[in-house]
Design a protein around this ligand. Structure first.
Ligand SMILES: Cc1cc2nc3c(=O)[nH]c(=O)nc-3n(C[C@H](O)[C@H](O)[C@H](O)COP(=O)(O)OP(=O)(O)OC[C@H]3O[C@@H](n4cnc5c(N)ncnc54)[C@H](O)[C@@H]3O)c2cc1C
Length: 380
């Protein structure tokens, strides 16, 4: 039997964020995953400025390119092009990003091991016992960072009313080094298609926040053909994303769900890495506070999750309105002032909720340099 202070299940961005902070505080952390790393994770790997700010260390070694120009489209209308001077997204390949983040997390003192299927989770008076196919893991706290289809969530009954979206992505070969990042609204219901440049290839994908919409690889191939004239779209993978995180009310004193397991993907654009990192850090902060005797972990975790829940709920309301009347929604988005504010807010590291609330002050907002990235272009 293995014993640890905190068992973190899932070594994606949420699990690593929790493990990194706790290990840095000197806690005994066991991070486990059912896969060996590096591993493929269906994801477009775009990191927004707020994600780069939230991460505890720069991820410059795995950034393929940085985009400052945003291009959006709807149907056959002329594209809306916004040439910014600040970074809007750092493009990574998830297998590379996650491997790097895991290495940094292990360097901070966390231990990592690959585990077999989790068969049961038993709550004892002061401990939890996690039974896998091959061993028993005993811990004081359990962080469920095992993604949208979380086994920890299912076995503990925490957050039964999670919602779902779906994304599917693939690679199109080609020199993307000078390309911008592009979004096509309306190519799927309640979602969009994207073309993201990754140096030696394009990442092409479609996302929907409507669980009833089926996204088949053929749909992605047709989109890749239409957008890039691509005859071949390879390495196609898809996965659910967890939505509805504002409904998650942590009940347990010792079990905390984070990231996609807690429904924390934002439904308008499908951005989840930021919320994964922030919620992982929230779990670490809460556990550390209880271990130090300064606050009950569940109370602090609930408070932090309420803030993140408000962010994704605000984005969900906007997504409903936007997609509910896409013609009108897109016309509003494409007006120069709204595009400018959306882009400036993104560059300044704001959430969608912050942008809505701070709309009129955005033009005066300063954009801070991002860790590990070149400074913004002068003048523009
Ligand atoms: C197609 C697609 C494109 C996306 N593009 C973007 C994007 O560009 N930018 C962005 O910010 N977000 C994007 N997202 C969302 C983003 O991928 C997720 O929100 C993010 O990965 C959530 O991180 P996580 O750590 O919670 O979960 P994950 O990254 O899913 O990590 C979960 C980990 O848990 C492990 N695991 C699962 N089950 C078990 C188990 N039973 N036992 C042990 N380990 C287990 C998995 O192997 C995995 O390593 C996209 C999602 C999809 C599907």
């Amino acid at each position: 039997m293995t014993t640890t202070d905190v068992l973190v299940v899932g070594a994606g961005p949420a699990g690593c964020a929790a493990a990194y902070d706790l290990a840095t505080s000197g806690r005994d952390i066991l991070l486990v995953d059912r896969r060996s790393f590096p591993r493929v994770k269906p994801c477009a790997g775009a990191l927004t400025p707020k994600t780069l700010q939230a991460l505890r260390f720069p991820v410059a070694p795995v950034i393929r390119q940085v985009t400052t120009t945003f291009i959006s489209r709807r149907d056959d209308e002329p594209p809306t092009v916004y040439e910014g001077r600040h970074p809007l997204a750092a493009m990574t390949v998830r297998a590379e990003l996650d491997q790097y983040v895991l290495e940094r997390t292990l360097a901070s003192g966390a231990r990592f091991t690959k585990i077999g299927a989790i068969r049961g989770i038993h709550v004892e008076s002061e401990h939890l016992m996690v039974q896998t196919a091959t061993e028993r893991l005993r811990c004081r706290y359990l962080v469920g960072a095992d993604g949208a289809n979380s086994t920890v969530r299912r076995l503990t009954g925490e957050f039964p009313d999670i919602g779902w979206g779906f994304g599917i992505e693939g690679h199109v070969a080609g020199n993307a080094a000078t390309q911008d990042f592009e979004i096509d609204f309306g190519v799927v219901p309640f979602g969009y298609g994207w073309v993201f440049p990754k140096g030696d290839h394009f990442n092409v994908g479609v996302f929907t926040s409507d669980a009833t919409v089926a996204l088949h690889p053929d749909r992605l191939r047709a989109y890749a053909r239409a957008r890039l004239g691509a005859r071949d779209c390879t390495q196609i993978v898809g996965q659910q994303v967890g939505l509805g995180g504002w409904r998650y009310r942590p009940r347990s004193r010792r079990i905390f769900l984070v990231g996609d397991a807690a429904g924390l993907t934002e439904p308008l654009l499908g951005e989840g890495i930021y919320y994964a990192v922030k919620s992982g850090q929230a779990a670490a902060e809460a556990i550390e506070a209880e271990l130090e005797g300064t606050a009950p972990a569940r109370d602090l975790f609930r408070a932090r999750m309420r803030v993140l829940g408000r962010d994704v709920s605000s984005a969900a309301r906007l997504a409903r309105r936007f997609h509910g009347d896409l013609a009108l929604g897109y016309r509003i988005l494409a007006t120069p002032l709204v595009t400018y504010c959306a882009v400036k807010g993104c560059a300044a590291g704001m959430t969608i909720r912050d942008v809505i609330r701070g709309f009129y002050t955005l033009p005066f907002r300063r954009v801070q340099p991002l860790p590990g990235l070149p400074a913004s272009k002068p003048g523009a």
